[in-house]
Design a protein around this ligand. Structure first.
Ligand code: THU
Length: 140
């Protein structure tokens, strides 16, 4: 599934998920919407922790929800983020989240959509964000 209407659906889902962010320390709210090959969307938000390091990013929340439900085939992820839930610039996935994407997604085809709102978004392939990534194929 691809195209602008799919991206709109993903952006709305990511913005909705951002509203559920648990971020009392950074106040930086992030939402993600992960699209499976069959068209299902898994939402995720960042979940912070008083001990800081257990914090989970929105993208990984979405991936871990989906993978734990048996999903293995992913087409795209949309990410929105901003202080107090107001996106002012594009929020790109951290290195750890890019590596998790590399585990489950084809770097040449998996789409990463960074959005401010339904009318402002940019799209990348995973391989653009993680060139020469190390993944399952390296161990095959
Ligand atoms: N964060 C995400 O959830 N995803 C990103 O792509 C960047 C960072 C979260 C982690 C932390 O809760 C807050 O944003 C500030 O780093």
């Amino acid at each position: 599934m691809s195209g602008t209407s799919t991206n709109s659906r993903l952006i709305c889902a990511a913005i909705e998920a951002m509203g559920r962010s648990y971020s009392p320390y950074s106040h930086f709210q992030v939402g993600a919407a992960l699209l499976t090959g069959s068209g299902k969307i898994y939402q995720g938000c960042n979940i912070e922790n008083a001990a800081y390091t257990p914090t989970n990013c929105a993208e990984r929340t979405a991936f871990f929800k989906a993978v734990s439900e048996g999903e293995r085939d992913f087409a795209a992820i949309c990410i929105v983020g901003g202080k107090a839930g107001k996106p002012e610039s594009y929020t790109a996935p951290c290195g750890v989240c890019r590596q998790v994407m590399m585990e489950f997604c084809s770097p040449r085809t998996f789409r990463v959509i960074l959005a401010l709102d339904e009318n402002h978004w940019k799209e990348y392939k995973l391989e653009e964000l993680l060139p020469m990534g190390f993944g399952p194929d390296n161990l095959a």
